[in-house]
Design a protein around this ligand. Structure first.
Ligand code: NAP
Length: 316
């Protein structure tokens, strides 16, 4: 059998990288092998990947030397940053630069960079429809990733720019699920008006990335957007109601009200949802469900994801 091509997976113990690692490891005949990057090779998640057949190596995005070593000999690399660990877009840009540099030095033939739109191209800082955050961003966790695309271009790394979507798992882990109001009815609060929110099961992101690697160099230099569904807040609430077996209202609020909710990241998410609402055609248009399904035939719809996950959604 021909030697397998190594894919170095950043964040292999997390959602996106984990989905890719499992997609490769579960495909016995795969042409690819997984090199799982982690800061702690002894963690339970790292050990589980080793048990499944991954090569587990130590690397830290804040340590460029460790990245260079980890990318050495790899055919491909999946690159992602972790905004919600530190809330610093500059750090994401530095880390993306370090990954691009390491990929260049190691001669990696295909990088998938998990990115998002630089929303300032649609909403310049002077645009007062939403506040400027941290002095120079509209949606910091989008803008930093979008700005970091340039690092991969500058280093001339053969890159597929992967536009991800809202994880439906946010309804479980991120506090964005339906909440019970004073009248006892569940309500899903989103400042989306009647516009559609592209979403995806987190595990499907890595499966789509696997599809991109499997298709060779077809998407190098291109932007690929993925989603499992485009649903309005009303459609999401209706699907939740069907799955949970109780009424779920859609509570459409103005972005200003959402930004004022006061939880950590509320302003950031208020701006993010407003961007998706105000530029629905561009944002949805960049995320084809059909292409996502062609990359990943087991792509889940929101209904399918709910059927498998409804018992994990808090109902307080
Ligand atoms: N939530 C959403 O709806 C959504 C949608 C689109 C995009 N995103 C973006 O997705 C990104 C997060 O990806 P994810 O959900 O896959 O993350 P995740 O599940 O939180 O995984 C984080 C993993 O990254 C590793 N990690 C953290 N810091 C690291 C560092 N300095 N060096 C090396 N590895 C590090 C950790 O592994 P070890 O501890 O093993 O090192 C951890 O397992 C964010 O930037 C976010 O903006 C999120």
């Amino acid at each position: 059998m021909a030697e397998k091509k190594i894919i170095a997976v950043v964040g292999a113990t997390g959602a996106q990288g984990g989905g890719l690692a499992r997609a490769i490891l579960n495909d016995r005949g795969s042409a690819f092998a997984v090199r799982a990057l982690t800061r702690d090779v002894n963690s339970d998640k790292a050990q589980e990947l080793a048990r499944l057949g991954a090569e587990v190596v130590a690397a830290d995005l804040d340590n460029p030397t460790s990245l260079k070593l980890a990318f050495e000999g790899a055919h491909g690399a999946y690159c992602v940053t972790f905004f919600w660990d530190h809330f610093m877009p500059e750090r994401e840009m530095t880390q993306a630069g370090a990954m691009a540099n390491a990929a260049k030095n190691a001669g990696v033939k295909h990088v998938i960079w998990s990115t998002l739109e630089d929303t300032r191209k649609w909403v310049p800082l002077a645009d007062e429809r939403m506040p400027t955050l941290m002095g120079k961003y509209k949606v910091p966790h989008f803008d930093g990733k979008g700005a970091a695309n340039e690092a991969f271009r500058q280093f001339r790394v053969p890159t597929t720019f992967l536009l991800t979507s809202f994880y439906w798992e946010n309804l479980i882990y991120f506090g964005l699920g339906p909440k019970r109001g004073p009248d006892g009815t569940l309500a899903l609060t989103l400042p989306m008006g009647d516009k559609k929110l592209p979403g995806i099961a987190a595990e499907d992101i890595g499966r789509c990335a696997y599809g991109i690697f499997r298709r060779g160099f077809e998407f190098v230099g291109k932007t690929v957007g993925i989603a499992g569904g485009h649903l309005t807040g009303g459609q999401m609430a209706a699907a939740l109601a069907r799955a949970l077996g109780e009424e779920v209202r859609y509570n459409d609020v103005p972005p200003d009200a959402y930004r004022a909710l006061g939880f950590p990241g509320a302003e950031e998410l208020g701006n993010m949802f407003q961007f998706k609402r105000d530029f629905e055609a561009d944002y949805c248009g960049a995320r084809s469900i059909e292409l996502s399904r062609s990359l990943n035939p087991s792509l889940q719809s929101f209904d399918a994801w709910l059927a498998a996950n409804k018992d994990r959604i808090p109902r307080e």
